[in-house]
Write a protein that binds this ligand. Structure first.
Ligand code: ADP
Ligand code: ZN
Ligand code: ZN
Length: 709
């Protein structure tokens, strides 16, 4: 027997499999980590087994032997390796990088580490179980039915005799083969050609989606299967996590982005050993090594946190589907504001759309929303950041001892400091962005973390007339304290939640009514359920509209809708005030009206006009270098040839352009865009562009990052 092995070096050149003989008596299976002699010097290296084969197509005497197997990594199923192989092609990263993303890494847990997740301290004694209402029941029923069909189908395929095993033969294996050349031919390799059902549960906040998940999970577990439940970020959705761990006490493993590698490994091991039925966690939970996976649930499907920021820059939504296809189980996406992408798939019947129309709890209804035009406030002579209406409502709620949330999507005190004499804003020396002034008198770069005490003189012209402009959550906090001295105020943003458990502490304090007003960035608008909140104020709702990203309207719509969903979760007196300079912008007007469908239509009109995803596929390639000149020369040179190839392929090519923030952390960034309606063509063109860059850039000045949408 021979094993195909990938060497543990992250490098494009080594991104291929080598064949080694498995010595007699050695147990090796796909996914194992092994020691092997490598190269002319036979230096000992670490590799991953990615496949087994009976034959080699050259002299078998020349094949080297595996030295030993390292059993310190979870022996993963071929499934995960196949998933890595798909990711390698889709996201243009090496098989090694993908394997490292997909396979849990063994590390010991440090002695003094807190083994119990801080969240579990808040686990509730009593489970708030609800019988489903008819609409919820119908939703749960059709999802469970989909699950049962998958299981039956898997059994037939696998010829399994009653012992319901989910170790399905890898469907579509022939077309998915792990060849020794994971590089080129793979680009055109197709995904397994099977379909598993996907559901989109679309319901306003409070419509009882989580309760539906819990009922579905119960059925799946009862049938002997395991559940992956994905959440965008644990500290933002900790109430959901608590509900799951309260309902399924002792049967839940939890991943958390702040865990050490060792702590994560422990949680993964619980899954592999069958000690738990559920893994709840952010995007990496999609790789849970469950032997019998019954369903993948993805809560808050639209959340940006589901996209990996490092290579492979995977979209969890798509990886979840690929994983589900490999183990033959359904996927359930849930959201109050589904991404334009998934909703389009639902309208094409690629995903079954299930809608919940009203709030589940009796007596609770949607909050009343008012849009305040800040231009009119200014015309009336109100120069404060509180509109008259918001001011009046805050007063009223404080008197009634009700709670208030104020949302402002920018942290810090002043967004920038600039010189009144020469007009220059003070910038980070390492990045192309202004420094943000914080309350402690320190100016910080929100891109690289650089900080410096606020200056007395302009670094450009020496003028002493420096003035802060714009404002963030810190300034909002001090203005709130000034204007409403009677109120107890909490602030939650990246600055106040740096420490482990920081989020939970603030949220818990607010929940137990130790403060009247919670101020925060987008962290406070997600999934939290505060029964006493009757007023939500969005101080500057259009901040997110100006982001240089075609998702800006979609993100704004989601943010406002989510924020508005925080008010009146219990009483019917919830009120939402949206302060904006662009009251007529459709993403603001329609989120205020909670009209998702109309928003979707308007947004799709814009995407069609521009040929943006999901109408066409968009590949963004970032070229990064410390050497600005070389970056310019290499990207221009590659682009010149590439333009013609794009023309020939009828693909649109834009670039190279300077990134909207050209320099970050002393690294210069250029961007090219490729647009085409067909996914495979986009992938092929990406590989072509890469080859062209590598051809000019023999010495490796430039690093490439890909992002496909
Ligand atoms: P979502 O996930 O859509 O925001 P939840 O599942 O959190 O909604 O439900 C919102 C609130 O309604 C929660 O307090 C929950 O306990 C309650 N709830 C859910 N389903 C029911 C039901 N069938 N009957 C009564 N209350 C319910
Ligand atoms: Zn100056
Ligand atoms: Zn910086």
């Amino acid at each position: 027997m021979y094993a195909q092995i990938i060497i543990d070096i992250t490098s494009d050149a080594l991104d291929r499999a080598y064949t080694y003989r498995i010595p007699d008596g050695m147990q090796v299976s796909a996914g194992d980590r092994v020691s092997i002699p490598f190269g002319v010097s036979n230096a000992i290296k670490t590799g991953y087994v990615v496949g087994l084969t009976e034959h080699v197509d050259y002299d078998p005497d020349k094949v080297k032997e595996i030295k030993s197997v390292m059993h310190d990594a979870i022996s993963v199923k071929e499934q995960l390796i196949h998933l890595a192989s798909w990711m390698s092609v889709e996201y243009g990263t090496t098989m090694n990088q993908c394997l490292k993303t997909v396979l849990p890494v063994k590390r010991a847990v440090r002695k003094n580490s807190r083994r119990i997740d801080p969240l579990l301290r808040y686990a509730e004694e009593k489970d708030e179980y609800h019988e489903l209402n008819p609409e919820q029941q119908a939703a749960a029923d059709s999802i469970v039915e989909g699950f049962k069909k998958c299981v039956e189908k898997a059994c037939v395929d696998n010829d399994c005799s009653g012992t319901a095993s989910a170790s399905v033969p890898l469907a579509g294996r022939s077309s998915y083969e792990l060849s020794a050349h994971t590089g080129e031919a793979s680009s055109l390799r197709k995904n397994p050609d099977i379909s598993v059902p996907r559901y989109l549960l679309h319901g306003i906040t409070g419509s009882g989606k989580t309760e539906v998940y819990l009922h579905v999970m119960e059925q799946v577990i009862k049938a002997g299967y395991k559940v992956i439940m994905l959440i965008p970020e644990i500290s933002l959705t900790y109430q959901t996590v608590i509900r799951v761990s309260t309902r399924f006490k002792g049967r839940v493993a939890i991943l958390n982005s702040r865990m050490s590698i060792g702590e994560r490994f422990e949680q993964y091991m619980k899954c592999e050993k069958g000690e738990v039925d559920i893994l709840v966690g952010p995007r990496s939970a999609v790789f849970a090594p469950f032997e019998k996976l019954g369903i993948i649930i993805m809560d808050e499907e639209h959340e940006g946190a589901y996209k990996s920021e490092t290579a492979p820059r995977y979209e969890t939504r798509d990886v979840a589907y690929e994983r589900a296809k490999l183990c033959h189980c359904p996927v359930l996406y849930g959201s109050a504001t589904p991404s334009v992408n998934i909703y389009t798939q639902a309208l094409k019947n690629e995903v079954s759309l299930i809608e919940l129309h009203r709030r589940a709890k009796s007596g609770s209804s949607l909050a009343a929303t008012e849009i305040i035009d800040l231009r009119e406030e200014l015309a009336k002579g109100n120069r404060s950041i509180f509109s008259n209406r918001l001011h009046e409502l805050i007063k009223e709620k404080l008197q009634r001892h009700e709670q208030i949330m104020l949302f402002m999507n920018r942290r810090g005190y002043s967004s920038f400091v600039s010189c009144r004499s020469c007009g220059q804003a003070i910038k980070c020396p390492h990045c192309d962005v202004s420094l943000t002034l914080h309350r402690d008198g320190i100016m910080r770069c929100h891109y690289c973390g650089y900080e410096i005490p606020v200056m007395k003189k302009c670094p450009t012209c020496g003028s002493p007339y420096l003035a802060p402009f714009g404002f963030g959550t810190e300034k909002l906090e001090s203005l709130v304290k000034q204007t409403f001295p009677e109120a107890a105020v909490l602030r939650m943003d990246a600055d106040t939640t740096k420490n482990k458990g920081g989020h939970e502490k603030i949220l818990e304090q607010f929940r137990s009514h130790k403060a009247d007003i919670l101020i925060g960035t987008q962290m406070i608008v997600k999934g939290h359920d505060f029964p006493d909140v009757t007023l939500v104020g969005l101080i500057a709702a259009d901040l997110s509209l100006s982001a240089p990203d075609f998702h800006a309207s979609e993100k704004t719509f989601q943010l406002i809708t989510q924020a508005a969903g925080r008010a009146g979760r219990d009483k019917d007196s919830g009120q939402v005030i949206i302060q904006t300079y662009q009251p007529d912008h459709y993403s603001i007007a329609l989120s205020a009206a909670q009209n998702y469908k109309l928003f979707y239509e308007k947004e799709m009109r814009f995407r069609k006009l521009m040929g943006y995803p999901p109408i066409e596929h968009l590949m963004t390639i970032q070229l990064l270098s410390k050497d600005e000149d070389m970056l310019g020369i290499i990207s221009d040179s590659a682009a010149q040839t590439f333009k013609q190839e794009c023309d020939a392929a009828k693909a649109e090519f834009i670039g190279p352009l300077n990134a909207s923030v050209y320099k970050v952390n002393d690294i210069y960034r250029k961007i090219v865009y490729i647009k085409h309606p067909e996914h495979d063509i986009i992938i092929r063109l990406r590989d072509r562009f890469t080859a062209l860059v590598r051809n000019v850039d023999k010495r490796g000045f430039v690093m490439l990052n890909y992002d496909v949408q």
